[in-house]
Design a protein around this ligand. Structure first.
Ligand SMILES: Nc1ncnc2c1ncn2[C@@H]1O[C@H](COP(=O)(O)OP(=O)(O)OP(=O)(O)O)[C@@H](O)[C@H]1O
Length: 82
């Protein structure tokens, strides 16, 4: 994705935004994996609070992924269709 950011970006600020959105996704993925690991270490039994924690972690990844899609989508549109 990083080379794609270099290819699609139109300015240094734009490139920065694309790299930040990529790193944000990586950050949320790492935190989500950490939440899942801690939750599984606490118990593998069915627990509504653990279910909630894992759901919120997944939701955070979804938000970061949406942001990435928005930023890269706009860049693709600007490069090829505008
Ligand atoms: N111990 C538990 N108690 C209650 N619900 C759970 C528990 N473990 C998982 N769940 C539910 O199952 C869903 C999937 O859990 P899982 O651990 O497979 O996470 P995942 O988001 O699918 O993992 P990955 O990000 O690796 O794909 C969770 O979002 C949660 O709602």
């Amino acid at each position: 994705m990083l080379p794609v950011a270099f290819y699609l970006s139109t300015s240094s600020n734009h490139l920065l935004l694309m790299i930040i959105s990529l790193l944000l996704l990586l950050l949320t993925e790492l935190l989500n994996s950490a939440i899942e690991a801690v939750a599984d270490a606490v118990t593998l039994e069915d627990n509504p609070l653990i279910g909630r924690a894992k759901d919120m972690g997944s939701a955070a990844v979804f938000v970061a992924l949406s942001l990435l899609a928005l930023v890269y989508g706009e860049a693709v549109f600007r490069r090829f269709f505008a």
